[in-house]
Design a protein. Structure first.
Length: 160
C-alpha cells in the first residue's frame, strides 16, 4: 500500500513539474501572421494551456508583435485579432471547413480551425475571449472575467 502511495505522489509531482515547465518556460512560436482590413490571424505553436497563461502571454508580447507585424493601426477603430493553433501547419483546402489565407499562392494555404483566443478592440476598449469566457480590460489595465455560463465577475489578471 505504501508503494502505491509513493508511486501516486511521484506521478503527481512529475505531472505538476511538466505542467509548470510547459506553461511558463516553453516559448510560444509565432508561425505566421495574416491580415486583412479589420482582422488579423496569428498562428502559434506551444501556446499556454490556462486562460491566465494566455492573457499574460498576450500582455507580455503584444508590443513586440505590433512592432514586427503592425497590428494596431488605430486602437480607436474596430478590429479583431484571432490567435489560432498552428497544429499540422498549412494544409490543402480539402473537404473540411478550414481557415484559408488567400494571399498564400500555394495549394497548402489553410489551417484547421482551432482558435485559442481572440482579442477585440472597439473604441479604445479591449476584450479577450477564450472559450466561453470574456475578459474585459478595465481602466487600470487589469482584466475582469465575465463568464457567459455563470453570471460572475472577478478580477483574474491584475495589471503587472
Amino acid at each position: 500500500m505504501a508503494f502505491k502511495y509513493k508511486i501516486t505522489i511521484i506521478i503527481f509531482l512529475l505531472s505538476f513539474i511538466f505542467f509548470v515547465v510547459y506553461e511558463f518556460f516553453i516559448p510560444v512560436k509565432v508561425m505566421g501572421v495574416h491580415k486583412d482590413t479589420y482582422t488579423t490571424s496569428i498562428l502559434v505553436e506551444d501556446f499556454p494551456i490556462t486562460d491566465y497563461g494566455k492573457i499574460i502571454w498576450w500582455k507580455n508580447n503584444q508590443d513586440v508583435l505590433d512592432k514586427k507585424y503592425d497590428l494596431f493601426k488605430d486602437k480607436n477603430s474596430l478590429f479583431l485579432i484571432s490567435i489560432w493553433n498552428y497544429g499540422d501547419g498549412y494544409l490543402e483546402e480539402g473537404k473540411y471547413d478550414r481557415l484559408c489565407f488567400t494571399e498564400i499562392k500555394s495549394n497548402k494555404k489553410c489551417i484547421e480551425k482551432d482558435k485559442v483566443m481572440s482579442i477585440m478592440y472597439s473604441l479604445n476598449e479591449e476584450e479577450i475571449r477564450i472559450g466561453n469566457s470574456a475578459y474585459i480590460k478595465d481602466k487600470n489595465g487589469s482584466f475582469i472575467k465575465k463568464d457567459k455560463d455563470a453570471n460572475t465577475t472577478i478580477t483574474v489578471v491584475p495589471n503587472a
